[in-house]
Write a protein that binds this ligand. Structure first.
Ligand code: ADP
Length: 545
């Protein structure tokens, strides 16, 4: 990929340099050409024909040099031409004394100007030549080989002034030159880095104008990114969509959010309908660019192509959805058959037969629950059939019923279930069936991950921020601190869970999805080896009207 300039609205270093050189050349020519030309005229009219003509020619050549530069932008010819001319003039003027012996003083600005014009290196070279000429001339005057318009003392004074202006010119130009070189080098590195990144990058200034973008961004968007587009028009111009195909709301754009909050925006998925008809799925993150006061002056968004990943995810979800659907019906049939057998519907069973059928029935039930969980996961992921049927529901009654249902399992493990801290008439606006699944899972986990003879308490938090949240508390194995952030992930099971404890790692993933779909929240506090408390906050039921 070419190392192209990616910053909008800012001239490239090369363009900047050319502009500067042009300006300096104009200043130098405007200063030098008339000076040399008029001097030449003066000399010719005062009898010094040869040196006068040389100067007239030189002055005219300088003007032509500048015009040639304007036409061809050949700075390589223009720069040395002016330098050589100024050396010739300086030496000539010095040697001949100029008008009334003041020529040496006219030379004073040249060294400093040469630095500005030529940069520190060529400037130094020019000055070296000039100085050698000057010193040589002074020595010749001193030993009386040549006569001069100046006394030796005058020449010494002149040197002092020249050395001073030289030093100032050099210091200013060198400092500036170095700072500019550093900036340009850094900018060049940044440029190369951004242009060659496989991810798209777009930078927006506080005022909403685009300030930079790289090639990958244009490739992902399927069209060039124009600096004239305002950030508010970006979703429309580039066909940004949400997963359901609706236009991407401007205020949810990570770039905008990041500019507004001064913080990194949460990762989001973005769909783009490109001009060629294809669609890409991008993962977008945005971070602010802060000034020294910590205020956001710009924001950078990074776009990563996740089209393949998205497709695979979809295929996976479809597959899970399909297989769990297919498994559900036969499993239900097996369950019914077992129940009929147990009820003696196919003749009385011997105690041994009954035991075998009961055990098989329990296994089938576990299988059926797993299939139901998988089906729920696929519903959440495809967004299908996951509608809530909310109504004011008495949570206390629900939890007591869940506890009663779990009492057999709790009894086997000699775990006490305490629901006495749940007040009556605890109404919440929920889908009863789905929220029941959440508590069945939390209470089931609390029993499963408790030690034999442990105690599980279900109640309602009273104080502080947690007030109103329903908790399920156990004194069991707890969750290792370093794995706590993963606990709600699909299929995640903590490392301290014994292999023989059955589980899929889907329960909490589903619980979180269900609770959040209700607009509620679920969280926990846990200490490994001490116990875990899960909290569920649900929206209150609207007062009956
Ligand atoms: P499962 O229990 O089927 O493994 P869940 O999604 O319900 O799956 O839970 C995920 C993981 O969270 C569990 O495997 C376990 O490591 C941890 N966990 C959940 N509840 C508790 C609890 N009450 N005490 C300790 N660990 C728990």
């Amino acid at each position: 990929m070419a190392n192209q300039e990616i910053f909008f609205g800012e001239p490239s270093p090369q363009a900047n340099e050319l502009r500067r050189q042009k300006k300096m050349l104009a200043v130098f020519t405007a200063f030098l050409a008339p000076y040399i030309f008029l001097y030449g005229v003066y000399r010719v009219t005062h009898g010094a024909t040869l040196s006068g003509v040389i100067e007239i020619v030189l002055g005219s050549l300088l003007v032509m040099n500048y015009l040639a530069f304007l036409l061809h932008r050949r700075i390589a010819i223009a720069k040395p031409a002016v330098t050589i001319a100024s050396i010739i003039v300086n030496v000539m003027v010095l040697g001949t004394g100029g008008i009334n012996g003041t020529a040496a003083y006219w030379s004073i600005p040249f060294p400093a100007l040469t630095f500005l014009f030529q940069g520190p290196r060529l400037g130094a070279l020019y000055n070296a030549v000039f100085f050698v000429t000057m010193v040589g001339y002074a020595i010749l005057v001193k030993i009386g080989v040549v006569g001069s318009y100046y006394t030796y003392d005058q020449l010494k004074q002149l040197w002092s002034v020249l050395i001073l202006t030289n030093a100032l010119g050099y210091a200013a130009e060198n400092g500036w030159h170095k700072a500019r070189q550093t900036l340009e080098r850094q900018r060049g590195q940044l440029n190369t880095l951004l242009s060659n990144l496989p991810v798209g990058a777009v930078m927006v200034k506080k005022d909403g104008t685009l300030s930079a973008s790289n090639e990958s961004a244009a490739r992902l968007f399927g069209q060039p990114i124009l600096p004239t587009v305002k950030v508010n028009d970006v979703p429309k111009t580039y066909g940004f969509k949400k997963e359901d195909g609706t236009p991407y709301p401007v205020e949810e754009l990570p770039l905008i959010m990041s500019l507004k909050t001064g913080k990194a925006a949460p990762q989001t998925k973005l769909f783009i309908s490109r001009p060629d008809g294809s669609t890409v799925v991008l993962r977008v993150t945005a971070s602010p660019v802060l000034d020294t006061d910590g205020k956001a002056i710009a924001a950078v968004a990074v776009y990563e192509d996740m089209t393949k990943e998205h497709e695979i995810d979809q295929i996976k979800s479809e597959f899970v959805s399909l297989t769990s659907h297919q498994l559900k019906t036969p499993l239900t049939a097996v369950k019914w058959a077992m129940e009929t057998l147990l009820d003696g519907g196919a003749g009385a069973l011997t105690p041994e037969q009954k035991e075998i059928v009961t055990e098989t029935g329990a296994t089938v039930e576990r299988l059926r629950r797993l299939v139901a969980d998988l089906l729920n996961v696929s519903r959440i992921e495809t967004g299908r059939k996951f509608n809530l049927e909310k109504k004011p529901t008495d949570i206390a009654t629900m939890i007591r019923s869940v506890a009663a249902e779990s009492s057999a399992t709790a009894g086997q493990r000699r775990v006490t279930l305490d629901v006495s801290k749940i007040p009556d008439g605890l109404l919440r606006d929920v889908d009863e069936h789905k929220i029941r699944e959440v508590f069945t899972n939390l209470v089931g986990n609390a029993i499963k991950y408790s030690a034999e003879g442990g105690r599980v308490e279900i109640g309602v938090a009273r104080a502080g921020k947690k007030a109103g949240a329903i908790y399920v508390k156990d004194g069991g194995i707890g969750i290792p601190a370093e794995q706590q952030d993963k606990i709600f992930q699909k299929f995640f099971r903590a490392s301290n869970v014994e292999a023989k404890k059955e589980g899929t790692g889907l329960g909490l993933y589903l619980a979180k999805a269900i609770v959040e779909k209700h607009g509620g929240s679920i969280w926990f506090e846990s200490q490994e080896g001490k116990g875990t408390t899960f909290y569920v906050a649900l929206p209150p039921a609207a007062p009956a009207s």
